[in-house]
Design a protein around this ligand. Structure first.
Ligand code: G3I
Length: 460
């Protein structure tokens, strides 16, 4: 939940309106059903999706996909409409495909690959050699046997998908966090030594010569000790002819680990070694304008680096994210486009980007501010989409017997039941593309602490 400056009911604001709507009535729950917390107006067409906009820039725009959601209609339609590449989130990992030695099960991964191919999407392979999601039998092997098992795993999995995967994360997360620049302890590192990484890459090249072979890691997104260590490894590989084609930057960001100021610089220095760079697992915790700005900056950084060949976000919808509570993705739990979506599309030069073809659109997000025993303040942030707007309108619905007792920075009208407030601007209707304003209100709880729900934002 975003914390914002509170404006308590006792501290009158210049634009505050007294609440004069009729007494509340009960039984209007139907009005609440299905109301999204965040909503965006405007329509997408073939020229204004993430995948098509990225393709226009010579890049792919993909998402992690989980096979067990492929039966959910809005999940699939969002995937199929917006994305041009998929990465199986867990289904190609060692524990998923070879939980028993030399017995391979590709069912769930094949499901994703088949779906993607049916829609003409590209496929990233994730991941072949990783210390995590590793079956117990692998960790128990002695060095010689482990080497055989590692090479067999790489070979079998890559040959199964030969010619179908554009890039493989051959080795994942092999370096320690922090300042040491050392390799992470793992069965591979501990028993085979530093050489396991290049051996994995050589085996991978032989198994599927057409696939781009990537090293993938997190906390390597800016210039730091860990990325310096990866950089030194890649430089050494290139100098010695070890087959490596790309470096993946996972890019999991939140307030404790924001998008680094030298993100683009870091991507560029790797690209200058003669490898492609890819943003492989992008998610940014947050909401509203700040989240949108960060997403836009990541996309701009990739576009500014000619060898940054694509971006993958780590999931379709906030509700299935591995960091779900941080709402880090481009679509909310109702598959509604968030301001971050607009920012990405705009940065990709999508048709909603304001260069004449944009549809007036806006989005809204809610955050609770100060709460007292009997009431709380809510803030709604209104953000213009890819085009400037000159007006906006949205609804705020509270749960009876809750009652809105005050509002500020907006012009409210009320439905006859009194629990649905339509809010329009009060001098703050004109917004540049991507810009935001906010309005606020006080909710008298009357026994219920339920969060208000927002309707769609309508722009003019
Ligand atoms: O499928 C089982 C389910 O049957 C069971 O009931 C449930 C109980 O915990 O677990 C389910 O499996 C979980 C799986 O996700 C599918 O939801 C695993 O416990 C859970 O550990 C696994 O987490 C995955 C995580 O990697 C494992 O390390 C996340 O989904 C996945 O997003 C995450 O992805 C990683 C990348 O591969 C590498 N980079 C970091 C990134 C985020 O951690």
């Amino acid at each position: 939940m975003v914390t914002r400056t509170s404006i308590g009911p006792a501290s009158a604001s210049p634009r505050r309106h007294s609440r004069t709507h009729p007494a509340l009535v009960f039984g209007l729950t139907a009005l609440l059903a299905g109301a999204g917390v965040t909503a965006l107006s405007g329509t997408a067409d073939a020229a204004s999706t993430l995948g098509s906009a990225a393709a226009g820039k010579g890049r792919y725009f993909g998402t992690a996909v989980a096979a067990n959601h492929l039966g959910e209609t809005p999940y699939v339609s969002t995937l199929d409409t917006e994305f041009g590449s998929v990465t199986p989130e867990n289904e190609m990992k060692w524990d998923a495909v070879e939980s028993t030695r030399n017995s391979f099960t590709f069912g769930a991964a094949d499901q994703i690959v088949g779906h993607a191919q049916g829609k003409g999407m590209k496929i990233r392979g994730h991941t072949l050699v990783w210390h995590s999601q590793l079956p117990g039998w692998v960790s128990g092997l002695a060095a010689g046997d482990l080497r055989t098992a590692m090479n067999n795993h790489i070979t079998q999995v890559m040959q199964h998908y030969k010619g179908q995967i554009h890039s493989w994360d051959v080795v994942n997360e092999a370096f320690q966090d922090g300042s040491s620049g050392a390799r992470r302890s793992s069965p591979f590192q501990d028993k085979l030594g530093n050489g396991f990484i290049e051996e994995a890459f050589r085996t991978a090249r032989a198994a599927d010569p057409a696939a781009k072979l990537c090293y993938n890691d997190y906390n390597t997104d800016g210039v730091n000790a860990k990325s310096n260590a990866v950089y030194a490894m890649v430089k050494d590989f290139k100098a010695r002819g070890v087959p490596i084609d790309c470096v993946g930057f996972q890019s999991h960001f939140n307030s404790a680990s924001p998008v680094p100021g030298d993100y683009q610089t870091n991507l560029q220095r790797f690209a200058d070694l003669g490898v492609d760079v890819q943003i492989t697992e992008l998610d940014i915790e947050g909401s509203g304008t700040s989240q949108a700005t960060s997403y836009g900056n990541v996309v701009k950084a990739c576009l500014a680096v000619s060898r940054c060949t694509g971006i993958t976000v780590w999931g379709v919808t906030d509700k299935y994210s591995w960091r779900s509570s941080g709402t880090p993705l481009l679509f909310d739990g109702n598959y509604t486009k968030k301001p971050a979506y607009d920012a990405v599309l705009t940065a990709l030069g999508g048709s909603g980007s304001g260069s004449g073809g944009g549809t007036a659109a806006c989005s809204v997000s809610y955050s609770k501010a100060t709460e007292w025993s009997d009431r709380f303040n809510g803030t709604v942030t209104v953000t213009a989409g890819g085009s400037a707007i000159s007006g906006w309108s949205t609804t705020v619905t509270v749960t009876p017997p809750q009652k809105i007792s005050a509002t500020w920075n907006g012009t409210p009208t009320w439905d006859s039941g009194g629990n649905v407030m339509t809010m329009k601007p009060n001098g703050n209707g004109t917004l540049a593309a991507g810009a935001s304003t906010s309005f606020g209100f006080t909710v008298m709880k009357n026994g219920s602490g339920a969060a208000p729900t927002l309707g769609a934002c309508t722009a003019s």
